[in-house]
Design a protein around this ligand. Structure first.
Ligand code: UDX
Length: 447
């Protein structure tokens, strides 16, 4: 216990909760802070406000072993801690830029908590920004600390690269850890903290806060670009009767290209890519640097979210009154209950607007969808339940159990055997064998 680092994590959203819990798991004393009393209460009762595989068990164990606690008292948590992580939300504001008001407020609150604490040597008190923030934010946080009586407190940047649904693994076995620091002592403090996670030759990369902040955006920009790229190619395949699955294989063996993150689909969603692409566009605008490619990535993605509906319309025509469509998968991707910017919602809106009845199923995200749509949709606990009397099935999220269903049962339940597959999870031959009319993304079989 002697060498345990005392850590405060402000913000118990997705990133804060995973960060705090994993840092407790590696032996540190972690206090997670949130100003939302209900959230803190939920966590103190040993329950989670979000769904993430493996997280509940870790939270419960570390609470029991007294390395992890939750509070609304920021001041006390920060005063006890050597490192304070800022992991509050940076939502997209109306003009598309990241809304940083929560970051500024927390930075100031930290300064006020620490201003009468006697200064120690460099690296003895560090504020670490985990939230995804535009380049220059860290410098501003340092300034806020200095202006509010804490010139002795250091600010560092430490972006996260966590994937929802695999966040624990991503934290425990990161491909790399990136930190942005101005002093070697601060780099050392963070290197020590992350050493338990870097056992397998994973690099710890220290750079300036600006480069570190930029790294996060460039990573997500590259990944989003891959998706919009393959989606554009898939749409062309559709028109030219080529099959993107074969094309994927054809290009992926070239090691400069590879196979990863090149799956066509109904467009990317979630809390990161859409927001971060718009934020990087905003950064470019502010400094007079046009980002034509990023604009195209965003435009292609917006259009891609309409592709499934266009296929429905091409099949059934404009008027969907009297038609019922089943939708499998509502979360923006499997293994999460997150429906932020989910392509399924865009499809559902179009279906409803054209008069269709919509029966939906998702193993985790139904409550989140019900919160917005109420009784406009029919919610089914089982995937097969959605098919009763439906004229077609649309698959929007590739949950594992959708991959090998009983096609015989599906055929029997559907009024007409039509499948719009937004994730290319079925084989055309099998579809033919069971007599389905099958539309996929970029498989070129039907227009
Ligand atoms: C992403 C980044 O991967 C992560 O490093 C960053 O920290 C946050 O943003 P996440 O939003 O959890 O993580 O989801 P991810 O698994 O990356 O998927 C994003 C979206 O892209 C999903 O909608 C997914 O369906 C879509 N996608 C992904 C594709 O359409 N095709 C692909 O090949 C890969």
């Amino acid at each position: 216990k002697d060498c345990a680092v005392k850590i405060a994590v402000v913000g118990t959203g997705y990133v804060g909760l995973v960060t705090g819990t994993c840092l407790a798991e590696s032996g540190n004393d972690v206090i997670c802070v949130d100003n939302n009393e209900k959230k803190v209460q939920t966590l103190n009762e040993g329950r989670l406000p979000i769904y993430e595989p493996g997280l509940l068990e870790l939270v419960q164990r570390n609470r029991k072993e007294a390395r992890l606690s939750f509070t609304t008292d920021l001041q006390s948590a920060v005063r006890q801690s050597r490192l304070t992580f800022i992991a509050v939300g940076t939502p997209q504001s109306d003009d598309g830029d990241a809304d940083l008001s929560a970051v500024w407020a927390v930075a100031k609150a930290i300064a006020l908590a620490l201003k009468d604490v006697p200064p120690g040597p460099p690296g003895s008190r560090v504020v670490v920004v985990k939230s995804t923030v535009p380049v220059g934010t860290n410098a501003r946080v340092a300034q806020i600390l200095a202006e509010n009586g804490c010139p002795h407190v250091d600010a560092a940047s430490n972006p996260e690269f966590l994937k929802e649904g695999a966040a624990i693994d991503d934290f425990m076995k990161p491909d790399r850890v990136v930190v942005g620091v101005r002093k070697p002592e601060v780099a050392e403090a963070l290197r020590e903290l992350y050493t338990p996670f870097l056992r397998t030759e994973r690099p710890f990369l220290a750079m300036t806060p600006e480069s570190s902040e930029m790294t996060k955006y460039v990573a997500n920009a590259m990944l989003a670009t891959k998706i919009s790229f393959i989606n554009e190619m898939a749409n062309l395949c559709d028109k030219l009767s080529a099959d993107i699955n074969d094309v994927r294989r054809g290009i992926g063996h070239d090691q400069r290209i590879g196979f990863q993150f090149l799956f066509p689909g109904p467009g990317y969603g979630g809390s990161c890519f859409p927001k971060d692409i718009r934020a990087i566009l905003g950064m470019g605008r502010k400094v007079g640097q046009p980002l034509g490619m990023m604009q195209a990535v965003d435009d292609v993605n917006e259009a891609q979210k309409q592709v499934l509906f266009q296929k429905v319309r091409a099949h059934f025509g404009d008027d969907l009154k009297g038609k019922t469509v089943a939708v499998w998968g509502l979360a923006f991707k499997p293994r999460t209950d997150d429906v932020r910017e989910a392509p399924a919602l865009v499809l559902i809106d179009s279906l409803l607007a054209h008069g269709a009845a919509v029966r939906v199923h998702d193993p985790e995200a139904m409550e989140n969808v019900r919160a917005t749509y109420g009784d406009k949709l029919i919610y089914c606990d089982q995937p097969y339940g959605t098919l009763e009397g439906a004229d077609a099935l649309a698959i929007v999220t590739e949950w594992q159990h959708f991959r090998t269903p009983d096609f015989e049962v599906m055929r029997r339940l559907l009024r007409t055997p039509v499948i719009f597959d937004g994730r290319n999870i079925y084989d055309q031959k099998v579809m033919d064998q069971f007599g389905f009319t099958y539309y996929a993304i970029g498989r070129g079989k039907r227009k």
